[in-house]
Design a protein around this ligand. Structure first.
Ligand SMILES: Nc1ncnc2c1ncn2[C@@H]1O[C@H](COP(=O)(O)OP(=O)(O)OP(=O)(O)O)[C@@H](O)[C@H]1O
Length: 336
């Protein structure tokens, strides 16, 4: 059955002014998310994951970054589709926190230290949904219970500093869900938490998604998390998607050397501890992400790639269809 996506990004190019000239932090980017689906954007630091999510939210740093090309079609609660790149600041404000919500790595980015948890969860319901004070306060307590916070009545009256890191992240998730968004953008939401709490938050997001049917754009540098939470994955390198597809297909036979490198750097169960005890560093991909100001000719990954040949350094490869759901931006995908 064909389901219309809630998010359909096409030909996105986002540029920053660096040293007076425009530099593309994201380019040639196409992706879709359907209701109830989780797409993970994965890649090393600087690959363009956050710039992609900020482009969708209309939160690029003003005067520095802007969408230069492409469209971001979004179908909100009313069923109407809008191109987010064409909305003005007020139009985006009506969508943010209402149709599209965001959870960041550091909960204190979203929480205000001087208001109680309950007040902060209730606020978007009053602003966007026009609910009364009393009604929104009761709904906030219910949301705190939904995200697994014990004794929600008491917690609603507390300030952020009175909660642990894991509880604060649960509270920001409650805040994000307050208006029942169609799309949740989660940017490294568990990176600042310890491993046990990380697993609990990932379970919680999956449960909430199953209950509410929202789409999730999940930004992470961790392929282990992708395997656990996502239906589809888009691997980014130097501002472009280099491989994409259903998680099961990409993980079973990755067709881009960069994805293979990322997969090798996921420690297997117990291996990380064993390597640490031996004093051996975890395997990483040699070299580093190139500067966007000076991208190499052809494939941006070629200078770090064990498979690269002269032909890789000529043109940027297109995304080849390499499987049922899979695409790879590697001219040697059949051999990798
Ligand atoms: N405010 C800015 N000014 C100039 N360039 C920026 C700015 N923000 C991002 N960039 C450029 O965009 C590139 C991609 O950044 P982005 O934050 O999207 O990477 P990321 O993959 O999300 O990395 P991380 O995991 O570290 O957040 C950066 O390498 C940088 O060159």
């Amino acid at each position: 059955m064909h389901v219309t996506p809630i998010l359909d990004i096409s030909g996105l190019k986002t540029v920053f002014r660096i040293g007076g000239r425009p530099v593309a932090a994201v380019q040639d980017l196409n992706l879709t998310i359907k209701p109830g689906e989780t797409l993970a954007l994965v890649g090393e630091s600087g690959s363009g994951k956050s710039v992609t999510s900020l482009s969708v939210m209309g939160l690029l740093p003003r005067g520095m970054g802007q969408v230069a090309e492409g469209s971001i079609l979004f179908r909100g609660k009313t069923g109407q589709t809008q191109d987010l790149t064409q909305l003005d600041a007020e139009g985006m404000r009506q969508i943010r926190g209402n149709d599209i919500a965001m959870v960041f790595q550091e909960p204190m980015t979203s929480l205000n230290p001087v208001y109680t948890i309950g007040e902060q969860i209730a606020e978007p319901m009053r602003i966007h949904l026009g609910r009364s004070h009393k009604d929104a306060a009761a709904a906030a307590i219910k949301l705190l219970a939904d995200v697994g916070i014990p004794d929600p009545e008491r917690r609603a009256d507390q300030y952020p500093h009175e909660l642990s890191g894991g509880m604060r992240q649960r509270a920001t998730i409650a805040m994000a869900l307050a208006c029942d968004p169609v799309l949740l953008i989660a940017d490294e939401p568990t990176t600042a938490l310890d491993v046990t709490i990380q697993a609990q938050i990932l379970d919680l997001l999956q449960k909430l998604q199953a209950d509410r049917g929202m789409g999730i754009l999940f930004v992470t540098h961790n392929l282990g998390i992708v395997a656990e939470i996502a239906d589809r994955v888009a691997v980014m390198y130097a501002g472009r998607i280099v491989e994409t597809g259903m998680v099961a297909e990409v993980f079973a036979h990755p067709r881009h050397p960069y994805t293979i490198g990322l997969m090798r750097s996921i420690p297997k169960l117990g291996e990380a501890t064993a390597l640490k005890l031996q004093g051996t560093p975890l395997p990483t991909i040699p070299g580093s992400v190139p500067s966007l100001v000076q991208l190499p000719n052809g494939c941006s990954f070629a200078p770090r790639c064990l498979y690269s040949i002269d032909a890789c350094r000529v043109d940027v490869p297109p995304l080849y269809e390499t499987g049922n759901s899979q695409k790879s931006r590697c001219i040697r995908w059949k051999e990798v």
